[in-house]
Design a protein around this ligand. Structure first.
Ligand code: 58G
Length: 250
């Protein structure tokens, strides 16, 4: 997978993309990031990329020309992939969306600044707008890093263990169960006994029950339409009976 990022702040990306798991994924050749500076594409005297908004108002607008030229450069010949503009008016990024994007050969992530992009740049060279949540950032860069990270970890081989991308929150449809590691007792708090006893069926049941409880408490809408095994259904029925008797404790 190739991920190109168009930005007027290219220096923001190296520490995130080259660290830890994303850095190792690049070393392994599983993913290639390319950060492209928009500014050199500007035809203005001082390589400006912003100008005053037509119609007046506060702030500046990112000009179409440097953005469109940088995008054409990034696409090269015969581009096949998706061009995404990070924006609070886009569709919200979800795990499902990340899974969809992880199947693309190439992504181009376009980062805006100021009051946003000239609409004609969006019309000419954006396939879709994507938001990482209902809040406004000073630039699209942090949002682009969120998208890049969420997508990269779904590419086979990027996480050490093939299973770990699958078994967690949102893939199962539920929130994550609690995790514990050594020591067995920390400041008087013990690890739940079931996790130490080595009965894998019971461990799986316990984890499902914990996921269910925390999801019912915090995100009950996620439980709607959940697919369950017979075994899980029995646990679900019992938890729901307890839940309707005395709500509140997770
Ligand atoms: C209003 C304000 C519209 C992504 C700013 C457009 C980008 C939030 C997100 C902008 C972003 C998000 C200029 C700065 C886009 C432009 C950028 N803010 N929620 N800000 O994903």
């Amino acid at each position: 997978m190739k991920i190109k990022i168009l930005t007027i702040f290219p220096e923001m990306f190296a520490p995130v993309l080259n660290a830890s798991i994303l850095g190792r994924a690049q070393d392994k050749g599983l993913i290639a990031f390319e950060v492209i500076d928009i500014r050199p594409f500007s035809q203005r005297k001082h390589k400006n990329t912003d100008d005053d908004p037509f119609g007046g108002g506060a702030g500046m607008v990112m000009m179409a020309q440097p953005v469109v030229d940088a995008m054409r450069h990034a696409m090269g010949e015969g581009f096949s992939g998706r061009r995404i503009y990070l924006s609070p008016r886009g569709q919200t990024l979800t795990q499902r969306k990340a899974e969809e994007l992880a199947r693309e050969k190439e992504l181009i992530l376009l980062c805006g600044h100021y009051e946003g992009l000239d609409q004609r740049a969006i019309d000419l060279c954006v396939d879709e707008e994507l938001s990482v949540g209902d809040y406004v950032l000073t630039g699209g860069e942090l949002a682009a890093m969120v998208v890049a990270d969420a997508v990269a970890r779904l590419i086979p081989g990027v996480l050490g263990c093939e299973e770990s991308a699958q078994t967690e929150s949102f893939s199962s449809g539920l929130l994550e169960y609690p995790q514990y590691t050594r020591p067995r007792v920390f400041e008087g708090l013990e690890v739940p006994a079931v996790l130490l006893e080595g009965n894998h069926a019971l461990i799986e049941d316990w984890r499902f029950e914990q996921s269910l409880r925390i999801t019912l408490a915090r995100r009950p809408e996620l439980v709607q339409g959940l697919e369950m095994s017979k075994r899980q259904r029995r646990i679900y029925d019992r938890v729901l009976r307890e839940w309707t008797q005395q709500k509140g404790d997770v």
